[in-house]
Unconditional design. Structure first.
Length: 162
């Protein structure tokens, strides 16, 4: 468990599946990732979200991915994760449910996980790759102290080094 006094980052629990489902169904979030949540019925979507959580537990054990639920008052409101690129570099991604955006929670989660990436996981560099049109995600990266390194037609790269 990681906390800054306002938000807490914890491993995902099976009962957090509805938070993932809510993010999946949100058109503003779904446009930035490739998951056709609208094609699944409720039961299929729930099974899928629970399967993702179980997969994340294995990937955490294997140090491939470090996903965390972002919690406020013990309620999961989003996700922030590191994915190992190589021994020294990780990529970070994040998403919040719609009604929790704009309150600084994503920025807090990114800062907290970045400091943990350096201190606990031993990474030297953390990257955030955003779509060029994803201004909200770019603002989170900037506010969290990441430096914009460059832009291509496909992505904007931000980084933070130890």
């Amino acid at each position: 468990m990681l906390s800054d006094g306002t938000i807490t980052l914890t491993p995902f629990r099976i009962e957090d599946a509805p938070t993932l489902m809510e993010i999946d169904r949100d058109p503003d979030a779904a446009r930035w990732f490739d998951f056709p949540a609208m094609t699944l019925d409720e039961a299929q979507h729930r099974r899928h979200a629970e399967g993702v959580i179980r997969t994340w537990w294995i990937e955490t054990r294997d140090r491939v991915r470090f996903p965390f639920a972002i919690r406020v008052d013990d309620q999961a409101i989003g996700t922030v994760e590191l994915r190992t690129i190589d021994d020294t570099t990780a990529a970070m991604s994040y998403a919040l449910i719609a009604n929790e955006r704009g309150r600084g929670y994503a920025t807090r989660a990114v800062r907290l996980l970045a400091s943990t990436a350096f201190a606990r996981f031993g990474f030297e560099r953390v990257e955030i790759h955003t779509h060029p049109d994803n201004v909200a995600s770019q603002q989170v990266a900037s506010r969290a102290g990441f430096v914009r390194e460059g832009t291509t037609t496909d992505e904007v790269l931000y980084s933070l080094t130890r």
